[in-house]
Ligand binder design. Structure first.
Ligand SMILES: Cc1cc2nc3c(=O)[nH]c(=O)nc-3n(C[C@H](O)[C@H](O)[C@H](O)COP(=O)(O)O)c2cc1C
Length: 176
């Protein structure tokens, strides 16, 4: 986990061969190609408790994650689609870090099994807007396994979409 930065990329899949993490890593590379350094929070690298609304908040890894989120202006969350929603690990992070999300610009990179679940991010997007007044970048990247080649490299089409999401996030710099 790197230090706090204006841009934060969160990889929330706990799966070793995650495709959403590949999207998150590509986004980080893209930011670096634009001379934008970003923090990278991989939820596999922290040991977050399940949110119980009480004692879990005092776990040291919750404080580490909350600091990264607080310090960021833009947060791009990469997530697997599970049961027509983002994965529970990302929702748990949001439950644990709540107010840290206040007024952030937020975007999403999603990996899914099929093309039918493309609106799955809306539930968490709505809650971030309503609970924490986040501004949601209306340019979700949504990828299935067909959007990666055999070496798990995203297609040029998906790379282009990640780049456009990054550009949209950079364009909010003076708008927010
Ligand atoms: C518990 C579970 C629920 C899932 N639910 C959906 C779903 O509702 N829609 C869908 O398109 N894919 C679903 N999938 C497939 C995952 O989105 C897909 O495997 C994706 O690549 C996971 O992201 P990751 O590779 O970053 O871990 C589900 C997978 C699991 C394990």
């Amino acid at each position: 986990m790197s230090g706090p930065k204006e841009y934060l990329v969160i990889s929330s899949s706990l799966r070793p061969s995650s495709r959403s993490r590949i999207l998150a890593e590509y986004l980080r590379e893209y930011y670096e190609s634009q001379q934008v350094s970003c923090a990278f929070l991989d939820l596999r690298a922290v040991n977050l408790p399940l949110c119980d609304g009480e004692t879990a908040y005092s776990h040291p890894d919750v404080a580490r994650c909350a600091k990264l989120i607080t310090d960021a202006r833009v947060i791009i969350a990469a997530a697997p689609v599970y049961n027509f929603d983002v994965c529970a690990a990302l929702k748990n992070l949001i439950e644990l870090t709540g107010d840290s999300w206040e007024d952030k610009v937020v975007g999403f990179l999603c990996a899914a099994g099929g093309s039918s679940s493309y609106m799955s991010v809306m539930s968490v997007a709505n809650s971030l807007m309503l609970d924490f007044r986040c501004l949601i970048i209306p340019r979700f990247v949504y990828a299935t396994r067909n959007d990666f080649n055999d070496e798990k490299v995203p297609t040029d089409e998906i790379k282009g979409r990640v780049a456009r999401l990054a550009q949209a996030s950079l364009a909010t710099k003076n708008a927010v």
